[in-house]
Design a protein around this ligand. Structure first.
Ligand SMILES: *Cc1c(COP(=O)(O)O)cnc(C)c1O
Length: 338
């Protein structure tokens, strides 16, 4: 089997950079959705907890249950309670779904400040607060999400302004509806990195903790280090003669004598499938021919080969982002902590 090595020293290094930017480790909420971006939910949650992080963020109730012991609070972005849990806090993404949450559920109200993904419109704030009160929910916070946190341009400021306005309205009416000590949060990784004088309750950081950022270089260079590397073992080795073909469809034909090995990794492990056309490298080693489901022919003789050391290498080739390369990795891949 291919397997993942987790460099938790790098994770610590990244979290420290973010904590410094945010104003302390207590201002960091780590985003652990989708198997901690492919890194392993439990492994990353445990390490974050050891570093003093108190808030974890996931998508679903079941993920929250798995990491309950590691955090004081777990924010669940898109689910409903299956049972009561005092640590769990649910995002309210739509005013029409408030009735689905049982009485006494802890919630954070999401505001749509321009991304038009989830959240209530700023015009609905009063109605929403009233609905939360009527439903008997405990509203502990209010948040929004940036569409362009790491991009040069006005959108970040437009959304900040919209959130500030929403905050003012909420603070005007929150007492009336029985809510106080509200937490406010809007910054993801790149928004935090580009922010100046960050002063929210906490930042919700995902990709940067794992060592990546798509922030514009205009905001400086950040010394983030990839946490994950993917490794595979050699299954077989052969010497190719001139004219030998490799793999399905014979897309690779050797132009010179070379050693090639088959490694036990393929698209079933979550790699993007190389179609055998042109040249493609995995961590600087050339892939020969079409990648199979569980086998990849690589110009190497190493017994164990690093397949991914930097997700951006693959992301660039397939015209996508590090997030997708990482979250596509099969959650069954074994994790080894180094
Ligand atoms: C995924 C997510 C984040 C984390 O974003 P990064 O860019 O990985 O830091 C933060 N907030 C919400 C609501 C998210 O869905």
């Amino acid at each position: 089997m291919a397997y993942i090595k987790l460099n938790l020293t790098n994770y610590e290094h990244n979290v420290k950079i973010l904590a410094e930017k945010a104003g302390g480790i207590e201002k960091i909420a780590v985003v652990l959705k989708d198997n901690a971006y492919g890194h392993g939910l439990r492994q990353i949650a445990k390490k974050a907890s050891e570093l003093g992080v108190k808030i974890g963020i996931v998508r679903h109730f079941d993920e929250a249950l798995l990491i309950e012991r590691y955090f004081d609070e777990i924010i669940i972005l898109a689910d409903y309670p299956k049972e009561q849990n005092l640590k769990f806090i649910y995002a309210i993404n739509d005013i029409n779904f408030i009735h689905k949450f049982p009485k006494n559920t802890k919630v954070h109200l999401k505001i749509n400040t321009g991304m038009n993904r989830n959240g209530i419109s700023p015009d609905e704030i009063q109605i929403a607060l009233k609905a939360l009160q009527n439903q008997g929910l405990k509203c502990l916070g209010v948040f929004t999400h940036h569409s362009s946190g790491g991009a040069v341009g006005s959108e970040y400021f437009v959304q900040n302004q919209a959130f500030k306005k929403a905050k003012e309205i909420i603070l005007t009416y929150s007492k009336k509806y029985g809510f106080s000590n509200l937490k406010f949060h809007s910054h993801n990784s790149d928004a935090l990195l580009r922010s100046q004088n960050f002063n929210e309750s906490f930042a919700r950081v995902g990709i940067t903790t794992y060592g990546y950022s798509d922030i514009s270089e205009a905001f400086g260079k950040f010394d983030l280090k990839p946490v994950l590397s993917l490794w595979a073992k050699k299954i077989s080795q052969r010497e190719l003669e001139v004219g030998d073909k490799v793999g399905y469809g014979c897309k690779f034909i050797a132009k010179e004598k070379m050693n090639a090995s088959i490694y036990d990794v393929g698209y079933a492990d979550g790699l993007f499938r190389f179609n055998g056309i042109g040249e493609f490298y995995l961590n600087k080693n050339q892939v020969l021919g079409i990648m199979s489901m569980d086998n990849t022919c690589i110009k190497s003789t190493e017994n164990e080969l690093c397949i991914i050391s930097n997700a951006n290498e693959i992301a660039r080739y397939f015209n996508t982002i590090s997030y997708e390369v990482l979250t596509k990795l099969n959650s069954n891949l074994a994790k080894i902590i180094i």
